[in-house]
Design a protein around this ligand. Sequence first.
Ligand SMILES: Nc1ncnc2c1ncn2[C@@H]1O[C@H](COP(=O)(O)OP(=O)(O)OP(=O)(O)O)[C@@H](O)[C@H]1O
Length: 126
Amino acid sequence: MKNPNDGFLRGRLRSLKFAFRGVWRLITKEDSIKAQLCVAVFATVLGVYFNISNTEWMLQFIVIGLVLVAEAVNTAIEEVADFIHPDFHVKIGLIKDIAAGAPTFAAIISLIIAGFIYIPKINLLF
Ligand SMILES: Nc1ncnc2c1ncn2[C@@H]1O[C@H](COP(=O)(O)OP(=O)(O)OP(=O)(O)O)[C@@H](O)[C@H]1O
C-alpha cells in the first residue's frame, strides 16, 4: 500500500522491497516456479555444453523469463481466485484454466525455440 509520506525515491525503493519479497515467495514456496527454475538451470548447462552463440543465449533467456513471468502471473491469479471464492465454482475453474493457459503458451514457445537452437547441434553429434 502506498505511503503518502514517501517521496518518489523512497516510494520506488519500498515497491522494490515488496517486489523482491514476491520473488522470494515464488522461488521458495511455488512448486511450478521451482520446476521452471530447474528447467532454466538445465537449459543453461546445455547452453554452456553446446557453446551456443550470444543471440541464442539472448533468445534462451527471453523464453526463460517469459515462462517465469507467465507462471508468476498465473500464481497471482490463482491466489486471487482462491481468496475471493475458496469453494468450488465453475467460473473460478474457468478463470484458473485460462490463467494456466499463459504459462502453457510460454512453454510451447520455449520448446519451439529450444528445438531451433539444439536440434541442429544434437544432430551434429550423430
Ligand atoms: N475453486 C474451484 N472451482 C472450480 N474449479 C477449480 C477450483 N479450483 C481449482 N479448480 C480446477 O482445478 C484446476 C487446478 O487448480 P489449482 O488451483 O490446483 O491449480 P494448479 O495449476 O494445479 O496449481 P499450481 O499452479 O499450484 O500447480 C483449475 O485449472 C480448475 O480447472
